[in-house]
Design a protein around this ligand. Structure first.
Ligand code: PMP
Length: 287
């Protein structure tokens, strides 16, 4: 595995940073995961733009130009594709505020951000038919995270604890409900439902990550003349839905068949999911 750390490429085992990095001390940084298939990134510009937004929100100066990011990402894709022997490579990027000499909450001035990246083998994308796709059983949990979930922060303890809570119940993910019993997102995915024949996903705000797959799914469906309503999804709508899907860079669009004890729809991947994945696969490299 080839990694990138502070302007140099190296084998992942050789990459190391100081324990005084604010990423380690405070989780003071952001990250991105960019999926690539056969050397081609999916949603690259959207990933880079979300990264810029996150840096701006944290008041960390973007350390590289668009061209430098492009080169860095291309290099990680090419090297890791041959080293890992996979056509499905994820590029992980992380930027922290940098390494300090003393631990203080205040943002220190004049420090250099730490930039880290590496490539990893992505799970193969989901099968495209209801008969073949692997579906998910998920838990339904109270969202106990903070009010800045739109930032792709490396401070993921809230998400990790929710995922683990689902896993302890024998589930593969957890869908989260806010204090008003409205769906926010899952611990590492966005949520879509098909309800009374229409497709819904929660509107973007501080309660959820603006997922790039979510965006590409909405745009792919729009190109096929199918609307997605960005509207509040109540717990009732979720549990009465004909279909529920989770989206993320690694899962693309994956159907959910059980939520806690409840069976969703017919308990198998549905026709709207099949159409949505077909639309996504048709447009994902060109959006
Ligand atoms: N929500 C959360 C909390 C996530 O961590 C992720 C990324 N795994 C997503 C949604 C999906 O985002 P994307 O489509 O950009 O991978």
């Amino acid at each position: 595995t080839t990694a990138f750390l502070n302007n140099a490429y190296m084998p992942l085992e050789q990459a190391s940073i100081s324990p005084m990095d604010r990423g380690f001390l405070f989780g003071d940084g952001i990250y991105e995961v960019i999926p690539t298939h056969y050397g081609k990134p999916i949603g690259l510009q959207a990933h880079l733009s979300r990264m810029s937004d996150g840096l701006a929100e944290l008041q960390i100066d973007n350390p590289y130009s668009a061209q430098q990011w492009q080169t860095l990402i291309d290099t990680l894709i090419q090297r890791n594709r041959s080293e890992l022997g996979s056509d499905y490579i994820g590029v992980y990027l992380q930027i922290t505020r940098g390494t300090v000499m003393s631990r203080q909450h205040a943002y220190p001035q004049d420090i250099t951000p730490t930039v880290f990246g590496y490539g990893f083998t992505l799970a193969a994308p989901p099968a495209t038919t209801p008969e073949q796709v692997t579906t998910l059983d998920v838990a339904l949990l109270k969202d106990r995270r903070w009010e800045r979930c739109h930032i792709k922060s490396t401070s993921l303890l809230g998400n990790v604890m929710h995922f683990e809570q689902g896993k302890a119940q024998g589930k593969q993910e957890a869908i989260l409900l806010n204090a008003h019993d409205e769906v926010t997102e899952a611990s590492s995915c966005n949520v879509f439902v098909v309800w009374q024949g229409d497709i819904y996903t929660p509107p973007l705000d501080y309660q959820l990550l603006p997922g790039i797959t979510r965006k590409l799914v909405i745009e792919s469906l729009a190109k096929e003349g199918i609307a997605v309503y960005e509207q509040v999804i109540s717990k009732t709508m979720l549990l009465q839905a004909q279909e529920v899907w989770l989206t993320s860079s690694s899962k693309e669009i994956t159907p959910v068949t059980h939520i806690d004890e409840q069976t969703i729809g017919e308990g198998q991947a549905g026709p709207v999911w099949e159409a949505a994945l077909a639309a996504f696969n048709k447009h994902k490299f060109t959006l």
